[in-house]
Design a protein around this ligand. Structure first.
Ligand code: 13P
Length: 251
């Protein structure tokens, strides 16, 4: 058994209003209330964070942002900072999701700056990495994962790194219904963990949780999570419904 506590996170992406978020929480909490084996995190859109924090107060469910910027405050229209997420009750933040890389110009360098800021403010960062279909087909998966992991972690002090979580999300598996097989995911996780060891040392690498994301559903969650290398899941579509997400948490 791995000593790493599994983390199951919902990434709601750009779905749900505050009232829909509250409805989700009301239905979801009773389904997972006795669950302590895993760390459970809901990452709603920014405008829903207050409703989700209010609804989950005193429960075993944590709340995270889906993105943030590295500055603390200033003239940065449309951005949200780490101190703001903390002030709203967030404990976690997703960084470098492939949709931010694809559609909003996120790079390894901006992910790295955000990671430094998240650690400074004691948010638990969930750093996303993963290859495009074209990169996998061109045999570049390992190269991409090594680059994203190394650049994402650049300059991070090992004594601050223990809270970092990495999510391996192959881009071709996101929202497509195509899941990496448990063996493919485990192989990618191993590549990432070896790079973490080179960047931050073996002890940090052995303790670091690496999640899988990409079409995780109640039907495939158990097989994925039984892999020694897979320490949890980052779930998109199947996290929008309280019943299907609770089945993933209870895999
Ligand atoms: P899906 O679970 O909808 O494939 O999304 C995965 C994801 O991007 C989670 O961050």
């Amino acid at each position: 058994m791995s000593a790493r506590k599994p983390l199951i996170a919902a990434n709601w992406k750009m779905y749900k209003t505050p009232s829909q978020s509250s409805e989700f929480v009301t239905a979801f909490l009773p389904l997972v209330q006795d669950r302590t084996r895993d760390e459970i995190v809901l990452c709603p859109p920014f405008v829903d964070i207050s409703a989700v924090v209010a609804g989950t107060r005193g429960s075993n469910v944590h709340v995270g942002g889906q993105n943030m910027v590295w500055q603390e405050e200033g003239a940065f229209t449309g951005e949200i900072s780490a101190p703001m997420l903390i002030a709203c009750g967030c404990t976690h933040v997703i960084l470098g999701h492939s949709e931010r890389r694809q559609f909003f110009g996120e790079t390894d360098e901006t992910v790295n700056k955000k990671l430094h800021a998240a650690l400074k403010h004691k948010l638990t960062p969930i750093v996303c990495v993963g290859e495009l279909l074209a990169e996998r087909e061109a045999g570049k998966t390992e190269e991409v994962l090594l680059r994203q992991t190394a650049k994402g972690l650049a300059g991070i002090a090992a004594d601050l790194a223990h809270s970092i979580v990495i999510a391996y999300e192959p881009v071709w598996a996101i929202g497509t219904g195509k899941t990496a097989t448990p063996e493919m995911a485990a192989e990618a996780h191993h590549i990432i963990r070896e790079q973490v060891a080179r960047s931050l040392g073996r002890e940090i690498a052995d303790g670091m949780r690496i999640l899988y994301g990409g079409s995780v559903k109640p039907e495939n969650a158990g097989a994925l999570m039984r892999q020694e290398e897979i320490d949890g899941a980052l779930v998109g579509g199947a996290s929008l419904d309280p019943h299907s997400f609770s089945k993933i948490v209870l895999y």
